[in-house]
Design a binder for this molecule. Structure first.
Ligand code: KIV
Ligand code: ZN
Length: 512
């Protein structure tokens, strides 16, 4: 039997650390459900000690998800580890992931600790964690730039304390595939008790090699867990992309000889859900999940594909979920068809009220747009929590007037903590006027650092999906809104970003 490769998804933790990618509890839960359908082995659901919101999100995910192990990150101290264990206490299968930096640079400049102090803290943290849970992962942060002798000392000690997984992060994306693979191989050979733990790779993409480095860590180094995120989401240039490593190991099983539990047909749905939730658009030429990944435009390629698919295709589009997405709903589709499609997309409504509300919005949209695509449905459910009054700011309606040669004006009606307010403003254009009308009431003082519009399904009849990125007091959030009217979509996106700023106010960063 082939060895098993553990897929550890950290979209909801390391992915979420990407500026602007913060997610609400409900958004995280929806993505966790999709990750469970994707059959990833481990879901790192967050960093419990970072904020009440993250603690609650981890707790909710741990209470709901049954088939994947749920993990929380924690710094190497008793308080963080206790909070992580508390958030995970109802999980079917739970893991604490504790970390401390081991590179000279991080120890001296960031932690202001001596190597001996770091050694002791790592040991005690793992000992403490093992008293609470049997599944404990340890990461020496910035491992790849750490002194090898010191790293061997720390890792041997934490395995002796009972660490069950040893993760070797290339925190700053500095590694080269062959070197990283050999680095892990050496560590495993040098550390006497290395066979008592599963070895894991965790690579960042600063030089565009996160996937290649992770695969080298597996092939050369003998690691049997890959930490990755959907769409490669993550700080700076991102993390190792789940869809790419999974399809590489699967497509080249002849080379890797490893088995995984992942159901690859769920990849596209996961990619779309993450992109729609965070507002991080997937580039068209992105491997596996980009819009062009399976499109053959050149005449020679098309001719070859028609004669024999494998002339130009090494994977089948349907194997990663592409064809499933072609199904469209319309005006005549009933509640059951709608519910069924939601389930197929991995969206589970919390209550009948939520389903009814979503169905009413679907009908409203179907009256304005003849075909409803999966992306429309996902955009529609993304707005659910706003519609259910769970959010501080919610859109009600908008009227705007613009005419060539005149200054556009907009009036926006919205609710703040459930109370209806109206704002009116002029602006450079109708979008500018509408957002200023919102600001007239909210007075957030946030700076807009990005505004982008994307047609959800490619035609002028499609919904416009707007992403707004706001910055305030050092925090960056993205808001996404969709509507056939792009001015309305812009107002919704702006309000969604304001809601995130409002709910993330107390967050502490993991590596700060
Ligand atoms: O990149 C990194 O070092 C991390 C650790 C916390 C595992 O994300
Ligand atoms: Zn990381």
């Amino acid at each position: 039997m082939a060895d098993k490769l553990v897929i550890f998804d950290t979209t909801l933790r390391d992915g979420e650390q990407s500026p602007g990618a913060s997610m609400t509890r409900d958004e995280k839960l929806r993505i966790a459900r999709q990750l469970e359908r994707l059959k990833v082995d481990v879901i790192e659901a967050g960093f419990a000690a970072s904020s009440n919101g993250d603690f609650e999100a981890i707790r909710t995910i741990a209470n709901t998800i049954k088939d994947s192990t749920i993990c929380s990150l924690s710094r190497a101290n008793d308080r963080d580890i206790s909070l992580a264990a508390e958030a995970l206490k109802n999980a079917n299968s739970a893991r604490v992931h504790t970390f401390i930096a081991t590179s000279a640079l991080h120890m001296e400049k960031k932690l202001r600790m001596t190597p001996d102090q770091v050694f002791e803290q790592a040991r005690q943290a793992v000992r403490f964690a093992r008293n609470l849970l049997s599944d404990v992962e340890f990461s020496p942060e910035d491992a790849y730039r750490s002194d090898e002798d010191f790293l061997c000392r720390v890792i041997e000690a934490v395995i002796n304390e009972g660490a069950t997984t040893i993760n070797v992060p290339d925190t700053v994306g500095y590694a080269i595939p062959e070197l990283y693979g050999n680095f892990i191989k050496n560590l495993r050979q040098r550390i006497p008790n290395s066979d008592k733990a599963i070895w894991s790779v965790h690579c960042h993409n600063d030089l565009g090699m996160a996937v290649a480095n992770s695969l080298a860590g597996v092939k050369i180094g003998g690691a049997r867990q890959i930490e990755c995120t959907i769409n490669g989401l993550g700080e700076r240039a991102g993390n190792c992309s789940l869809e790419e490593v999974v399809m590489a190991v699967r497509t080249r099983r002849d080379y890797f000889g490893l088995d995984m539990s992942v159901d690859a047909t769920q990849i596209l749905a996961a990619s779309r859900m993450v992109s729609q939730t965070t507002g991080f658009v997937v580039q068209p030429n992105k491997a596996v999940v980009g819009a062009n990944a399976f499109a053959h435009a050149s005449g020679i390629h098309q001719d070859g594909i028609l004669k024999a698919r494998d002339t130009y295709e090494i994977m089948r589009a349907e194997d990663v979920g592409w064809t499933a997405n072609k199904i469209v709903l319309g005006k005549l589709s009933g509640r059951n068809a709608f519910k069924q499609r939601l389930l197929e997309l991995g969206v589970q409504m919390e209550s009948e009220t939520e389903t009814n509300l979503a169905f009413a919005k679907f009908k409203e949209l179907a009256d304005r747009k003849s075909e409803i695509f999966d992306e429309d449905i996902l955009a529609l459910v993304s707005e659910e929590s706003v519609a259910l009054g769970k959010e501080q700011f919610a859109f009600v309606s908008l009227a705007q007037h613009s005419e060539t040669g005149e200054m556009p004006q907009a009036t926006v009606i919205m609710t703040i903590a459930g109370k209806e307010v109206t704002g009116t403003s002029n602006g450079n254009g109708p979008v500018d006027a509408s957002l200023k009308a919102i600001e007239a009431n909210v007075k957030s003082g946030a700076e807009m650092v990005l505004y982008s519009v994307n047609a959800i399904s490619g035609s002028t009849e499609s919904q416009g999906e707007v992403t707004v990125r706001l910055q305030h007091s050092g925090r960056i959030v993205n808001g996404v809104g969709a509507d056939p009217d792009i001015v309305v979509a812009s107002a919704k996106a702006y309000l969604s970003a304001l809601n995130k700023l409002h709910s993330q106010a107390d967050r502490v960063s993991a590596q700060g």
